[in-house]
Design a protein around this ligand. Structure first.
Ligand SMILES: *Cc1c(COP(=O)(O)O)cnc(C)c1O
Length: 374
C-alpha cells in the first residue's frame, strides 16, 4: 500500500489490512501466545501479534506516529508514567480523567514523584512549568470540557525540551492530532470512541520517536498490560466506522447543546462547539469539530440531576462514553471529583436519531424546553 495518500477518514477504512493476493480482507484474530522459533516473533507479550499490529497501524496512521496497543487506557497511561524516574516532577490539569488523577496522587503520596496541579485554561502557568519532567495534558478535559491551548503549550514545551503527553480520548484522532502540534506522546482509552461500542477495554500510546517507541514497547513487555486478541480485533473493526460515528454523534451533540442551552431547567451547558463556551474560538482554531461530549448543569442541585439521569428511557444512565449509544451520569458523585459541580451531568452523545434523543432529554428534565422537531 502506498504511504499516506489518503485522508484520515479513508485511512481508517483502508489501513491495517493484509496486502498479499489471496489474503483475507480483515486481519484475523491470531489466537496464539507463542510462535514456532526461528523468526523475529516468538512470544506475544514481547513481540506483539498480527492482530495488535493491525490496530496499531490504523491508529498510528491517524495520529502520525507509531502506536502501541495496551489492555486499557489506564494500562497505557500507567506504562507512560512508569518511564518517569523517581523524584520526577509532573504537571497535570486539576480537571483530568479521574483514574489519571488518582494514579498521579497515589504515586505522589508514596514519594515516587511530585505533581503540580494547574488550571487547564491558564496557558501561562503551563508555559511557565517547563522545568517539570513531564506535562500531562488532556483536552477537552473530562468532565468539565475545558479546552487547553495545545498549540501554544506544545510549541513552548518543544522549545524548552520539556516532555509532553496528551490524552486524546475525548477529541479522537479525527478531532486533533497532538503529535503534529509537537507532543511527544498521545494516549487514548480505546475503550471509548476508537472501539465505539462499549464492548471492550483497550488503550494505546502513540509516539513519533523511535526511542520513545522502544521504551514503551519495553514497558508493555515488562508490565504486561497487553490487550486481548479479540479486543484488538474489535478496536480495528470499530475504527472502520470512527469517521461515520464521530460525524453523526458530533452533529447530535451540537444540536442537543444548543437546545439544552435554551432549556429553562438547565443553568449552564459546557460544549466547546457553543459560541458561548470560553474555549470556543480556541477549539475552532486547531480542532476539527468539537466532539460529542456535552456537560450541563441543572437547577435543583444533585437530587434533581440524579432524578434526570434515572428517568430517561433511551439515554442510558451509565458511566463511560464514546459508544454509539448515548449515556449520561452525574460525574460529581464520584470520589475524587469534588471540583465538579454537584448538579453537572456528563452526556456522551451517541448516534441515535436526534429527535428521539431530545424527546428523551426534555422529558427527563421536565418537558418545558423547546418542543421536539423544532
Ligand atoms: C476512560 C478514560 C481513560 C481510561 O481508560 P480505560 O480504558 O477505562 O482504562 C483515560 N482517559 C480518559 C479521558 C478517559 O475517558
Amino acid at each position: 500500500m502506498s504511504r499516506n495518500p489518503w485522508s484520515p477518514r479513508t485511512q481508517l477504512i483502508a489501513a491495517g489490512r493484509p496486502a498479499a493476493v489471496g489474503a483475507p480482507l480483515n486481519t484475523p484474530i491470531v489466537a496464539a501466545s507463542n510462535y514456532t522459533l526461528g523468526a523475529a516473533r516468538d512470544y506475544a507479550r514481547g513481540h506483539g501479534t498480527p492482530t495488535w499490529e493491525a490496530m496499531e497501524e490504523v491508529i498510528g496512521r491517524l495520529e502520525g506516529g507509531s502506536a502501541i496497543a495496551f489492555a486499557s487506557g489506564m494500562a497505557a497511561i500507567a506504562a507512560v508514567l512508569d518511564t518517569l524516574p523517581v523524584g520526577a516532577r509532573v504537571a497535570a490539569p486539576h480537571d483530568c480523567y479521574a483514574g489519571t488523577g488518582a494514579l498521579l496522587r497515589d504515586a505522589a503520596a508514596a514519594g515516587r514523584w511530585s505533581v503540580t496541579w494547574l488550571d487547564p485554561t491558564e496557558t501561562g502557568s503551563w508555559t511557565a512549568a517547563l522545568d517539570h519532567d513531564l506535562l500531562w495534558l488532556e483536552s477537552p478535559t473530562n468532565p468539565m470540557l475545558h479546552v487547553m491551548d495545545l498549540p501554544t503549550i506544545l510549541h513552548a514545551a518543544r522549545q524548552g525540551r520539556c516532555r509532553t503527553v496528551v490524552d486524546n480520548t475525548f477529541a479522537t484522532p479525527l478531532g486533533q492530532q497532538p503529535l503534529r502540534l509537537g507532543a511527544d506522546l498521545v494516549v487514548h482509552s480505546a475503550t471509548k470512541y476508537l472501539g465505539g461500542h462499549s464492548d471492550l477495554m483497550a488503550g494505546v500510546v502513540v509516539t513519533s520517536e523511535a526511542e520513545g517507541e522502544e521504551l514503551l514497547r519495553g514497558r508493555r513487555t515488562l508490565l504486561g498490560g497487553t490487550p486481548g486478541m479479540l479486543e484488538a480485533f474489535l478496536v480495528t473493526r470499530g475504527l472502520r466506522t470512527l469517521g461515520l460515528r464521530v460525524d453523526a454523534a458530533g452533529a447530535n451533540a451540537a444540536a442537543l447543546a444548543e437546545r439544552l442551552a435554551e432549556h429553562p431547567e438547565v443553568t449552564r451547558v459546557r460544549y466547546p462547539g457553543l459560541p458561548s463556551h470560553p474555549g470556543h474560538a480556541l477549539a475552532a482554531s486547531f480542532m476539527d469539530g468539537f466532539g460529542a461530549m456535552v456537560s450541563f448543569e441543572v437547577s435543583g442541585g444533585s437530587a434533581r440531576a440524579d432524578r434526570a439521569c434515572r428517568s430517561t428511557a433511551l439515554i442510558r444512565h451509565a458511566t463511560s462514553l464514546g459508544g454509539v449509544e448515548s449515556t449520561m451520569e452525574r460525574r460529581g458523585a464520584l470520589a475524587g471529583q469534588e471540583h465538579v459541580p454537584a448538579e453537572l451531568i456528563r452526556l456522551s452523545v451517541g448516534c441515535e436519531d436526534l429527535e428521539d434523543l431530545w424527546t428523551d432529554l426534555a422529558a427527563a428534565l421536565g418537558r418545558s424546553g423547546p418542543a421536539p422537531g423544532r
